[in-house]
Design a protein around this ligand. Structure first.
Ligand code: UDP
Length: 375
């Protein structure tokens, strides 16, 4: 008899990191995969579903403008719980540290259904950075039966929290699986990343700085400082800034107000994943507060300046490809200028590393889950 796994996710990064896992699980005999999207990020999620060719079995469409975290969490818990009652899965699988992952794990636990956690063990050590993700992921930890840690550092963090080491598996991060798959597809299907061709053509001959920002703890003063820093960086005519703006109103409004119109700043709508991978591959410097981008940039040898005070991904910093720079305006400008002007400093950061995985994480996850059911 097949074992049913209900995969629950709701945001862009979860979809990117889970589509390779869903494919791997679906290819294993004896496993039946069902999917439930909460659509915590409606538009960004749908972009990834379309590219990955995924049609969810359940779509809770939970997104409401300006929704509080309490209301979001309450609706997620109820909606996912009802879906679990319909599907009666043998396991619920969640990813990362979103409200969806936390509520999915809790709803499964309330029904005594085992939970598998992909990207387990990331810790910043500070419950307000990132907020509320640090607590979301800590809530999943004591519940999960399988902990898929992307790195040894993440596995060690779980074991320090008294998680049974036999339940912790170092797999690599599935984002590297997604990145490899997408790069191969771009190679095989010219046209897939065509959406970004005009913006790359516009920036030809310039040093490309790719910017993404959306972290909740940077809303307000941090976001304003980031906007002013981008504007100052773009005073240099040898630079081209490509900035897919996250649709969150806390990001869009600040950028509309503070970012001037400059020919060498392409402020664009969020890119689909192949488009983003193509821009990342073409860029010289990455300036971001994103988690996933911190993992992808080192795999392509791109120096990544992280606009945060702490990171739960120290492996990129240890490998020398990532640097934590915070959100001070002058600091952002000077760090970017150093990389632009000092070729030695650039070379030190621009070595390709794969501290986050080898692209085979999903296959490892599938094997552990299938072996677990067989026992
Ligand atoms: N990404 C994308 N299009 C964009 C910007 C980012 O596909 O315009 C991808 C990126 O490659 C990474 C993921 O989205 O895999 C990161 O998502 P985000 O920064 O929203 O979330 P985080 O990783 O910080 O949780």
């Amino acid at each position: 008899m097949a074992h049913t796994i209900l995969v629950v996710f709701g945001t862009r990064p979860e979809a990117i990191k889970l589509f390779p896992v869903i494919r791997a699980l679906a290819s294993i005999e004896g496993l039946r995969v069902r999917t439930c999207v909460t659509a915590q990020h409606r538009g960004l999620l749908d972009q990834v579903l379309a590219i990955a060719g995924l049609t969810p079995d359940h779509d809770l469409d939970i997104m409401e403008p300006g929704q509080s975290l309490d209301r979001l969490t309450a609706r997620l818990l109820t909606g996912i719980g009802e879906t679990i009652d319909v599907e009666q899965p043998d396991m619920v699988l969640v990813q990362g540290d979103t409200a969806t992952a936390m509520a999915g794990a809790l709803a499964a636990y309330y029904r005594r259904i085992p939970v598998a956690h992909v990207e387990a063990g990331l810790r910043s050590g500070d419950i307000y950075h990132p907020w509320p993700e640090e607590v979301n992921r800590r809530i999943v930890a004591p519940i999960a039966q399988h902990h898929f840690a992307p790195t040894q550092t993440a596995a060690d963090a779980l074991i320090r929290e008294a998680i049974d080491p036999t339940k912790v598996h170092v797999t690599g991060n599935t984002v590297i699986d997604a990145l490899h798959w997408t790069r191969d597809r771009i190679g095989a299907e010219p046209g897939l990343a065509d959406t970004v061709a005009p913006v790359l053509a516009k920036m030809a001959g310039r040093r490309i700085v790719l910017v993404t920002t959306h972290r909740r703890e940077n809303f307000g003063d941090g976001m304003a400082a980031i906007a002013r820093a981008i504007d100052r960086i773009a005073e240099r005519q040898d630079v081209g800034v490509i900035f897919p703006v996250h649709p969150n109103p806390n990001v869009v409004a600040v950028m509309d107000e503070l970012l001037g119109d400059r020919a060498n700043v392409a402020r664009i709508a969020p890119l689909d994943y192949p488009g983003f991978v193509a821009v990342l591959a073409a860029s010289d410097i990455v300036l971001t507060d994103s988690g996933g981008v911190q993992e992808e940039a080192p795999a392509l040898g791109k120096p990544v300046l992280v606009m945060r005070e702490t990171t739960e991904r120290p492996e990129g910093v240890a490998a020398g490809t990532a640097k934590l720079i915070g959100t001070d305006e002058d600091r952002i400008v000077s760090e970017v200028f150093t990389l632009l002007d000092d070729s030695d400093a650039y070379a030190v950061m621009a070595r390709a590393h794969n501290p986050f995985g080898d692209g085979h994480a999903s296959a490892r996850i599938g094997k552990v889950i299938a072996d677990g059911f067989r026992r």
